[in-house]
Design a protein around this ligand. Structure first.
Ligand SMILES: [Zn+2]
Length: 517
């Protein structure tokens, strides 16, 4: 799946018609290159073999194509050309899989796309890599005039044709990658809320839902202007202020962060805010995934871990810190933390959307927040967004942004939590309360019992004393490490990380120690 050719996309123009009877897509897509491709014998795009190319043009002249498997080579004329090529591909076919489906709801049609990695090629020719962000795009859809077409960016126009169809144009003037270009077509009912960030600015928040779900949707989506305002304080200004933030009900029973218009499955609209955490997750993807896009899918945690963490932040804001901490602790199970966040094979989609990516990804941000402190951590998030706005990112981009604010290296943290799996297992059963002429202290031995290599982490220590309690922080980095901590009184109990800021394995029972054969 790697992109062998070096080519940059300036613009995509999708001009498509969907056949409700034959479940097929037909039309043409314009791909304008930002520079000459190298090598320059052809422009190589991605298009599934279930799609059939009818003709192709380069700068208005017919040319030939090579369509091998999911790769489509549009042959360029020999010799120099005055400007980077513009390709037009006329095609038709029946999309396979879940990437674009023809379904029904309440006896009405619904056609919707679902942009998982490497899925755009199932219904339109594109450079199907998150690294290939186009500077802009237009999506022009012809569909029966009884239906509403929702897509990315700003609504431009809709006109009815003599044949009973209508043509709807949406336009995107922010960088966008292929998988998050989306269409959703049905007999939508819609309503619009408005987000006011202050002054004269405002952002339309249009929602497209099946008529039978409109009342429940008004309830559920009513939270979004406040949620958006909350995330702006955490992540910085909404990246697509010139367009919109909407949600569209799609046929697929899932959810996906299509740029400015996430798809939201019918079962998620409940009318009782049951899935606000998903609304938070998809909204956060507009910063983490769309404005900042992973350069390749090995770094998928920068999308999913951040979006999942945003849903924890929303929980913290609405139900309090104790609930936030409890939710984080509940995810500290081996299924979540056993693996590494970094996915070495960027083509292995099955490895990308696991509890490790989503929940460990979120917990790594939770831990980093505690390492850096609240003020520095949230400044780092905003700095990361601002420094990389509309561009592609890797884990290094985030590490650099965090270090810029923290002022100290964080490589140790990213190494142990992003590039490696496992978790520390702390045994703090060995401690002694001391009293001498300098006052009360406690001598503590912290043992790391996990088989994986030793973790370095700052740890909160809670001392329970005869008259109250006290806290300290120690930097633990050895298999067995001894600390002496001042105490206000005689210590009666010692516990490590009492609030759950560090992913920990539970301590194994003492009888696991082997004494030879
Ligand atoms: Zn997500």
């Amino acid at each position: 799946l790697p992109v062998a050719q070096s080519v940059r996309i300036a613009y995509y123009g999708l001009h498509l018609r969907f056949d409700l009877v034959g479940h097929s897509v037909s039309g043409f897509v314009i791909v304008r290159c930002a520079r000459e491709p190298r090598p320059r014998d052809a422009v190589w795009l991605d298009l599934d073999s279930t799609m059939h190319v009818d003709s192709a043009l380069i700068d208005g002249h017919r040319t030939t194509v090579t369509h091998v498997g999911p790769r489509l080579g549009v042959v360029l004329p020999t010799g120099e050309s005055p400007s980077p090529p513009t390709v037009a591909i006329h095609y038709h076919g029946i999309p396979s899989g879940d990437a674009l489906v023809f379904e029904r709801h309440a006896d009405q049609p619904v056609i919707s796309s679902y942009g998982l990695p490497y899925s755009a090629r199932a219904w339109w020719p594109c450079l199907d890599s998150p690294a290939a962000k186009a500077d802009s795009a237009d999506i022009e859809i012809n569909a029966p005039a009884t239906l509403v077409v929702a897509s990315n960016g700003r609504f431009v126009s809709r006109h009815e044709n003599l044949d009973g169809t209508a043509t709807t144009l949406w336009s995107v003037r922010y960088p966008i990658y292929a998988d998050v270009i989306a269409v959703a077509i049905s007999n939508y009912d819609s309503f619009t809320l408005v987000y006011h960030p202050g002054h004269a600015d405002s952002l339309a928040m249009p929602f497209f839902v099946f008529p039978e779900d409109i009342d429940k949707a008004r309830q559920d989506f009513g939270v979004l202007p406040a949620m958006l305002a909350s995330f702006v304080t955490r992540f910085g200004p909404y990246p697509f202020m010139g367009e919109k933030y909407g949600v569209v009900e799609m046929a697929q029973h899932s959810f996906r962060e299509h740029q400015t218009v996430p798809g939201y499955g019918p079962q998620l609209i409940t009318g009782d805010h049951h899935n606000d955490w998903i609304l938070a997750h998809e909204l956060a993807h507009q910063w983490f995934g769309n404005a900042l896009t992973v350069r390749n899918w090995s770094h998928v945690w920068l999308n999913e871990g951040f979006a999942t963490y945003a849903s924890l932040l929303w929980r913290e804001q609405t139900t309090g810190e104790a609930d936030y901490l409890a939710a984080a602790r509940a995810w500290m199970v081996p299924e979540t933390y056993a693996g590494a966040l970094y996915v070495p094979d960027s083509g292995n989609v099955d490895e990308m959307f696991t509890h490790v990516t989503f929940r460990k990804g979120a917990l790594v941000l939770h831990m980093l927040r505690h390492v850096m402190g609240d003020s520095a951590f949230f400044r780092a998030l905003r700095h990361y967004v601002l420094a990389n706005m509309y561009r592609t990112v890797t884990t290094d981009s985030f590490e650099r942004a965090a270090e810029d604010i923290y002022g100290r290296p964080l490589d140790w943290f990213f190494q142990e939590w992003v590039y490696h799996g496992g978790a520390p297992e702390y045994d703090v059963s060995e401690w002694t309360s001391l009293h001498d002429q300098r006052g009360y202290h406690v001598a503590i031995a912290i043992r790391q019992g996990q088989e994986a290599s030793v973790f370095r982490m700052p740890l909160d220590v809670l001392l329970t004393t005869r008259t109250g309690s006290a806290r300290a922080v120690v930097l633990d980095s050895l298999r067995v490490q001894r600390f002496t901590v001042d105490a206000p009184d005689s210590v009666t109990a010692v516990s490590i990380d009492p609030d759950g800021w560090v992913i920990k394995a539970s301590v194994r029972p003492a009888e696991h120690v082997h004494t030879g054969l």
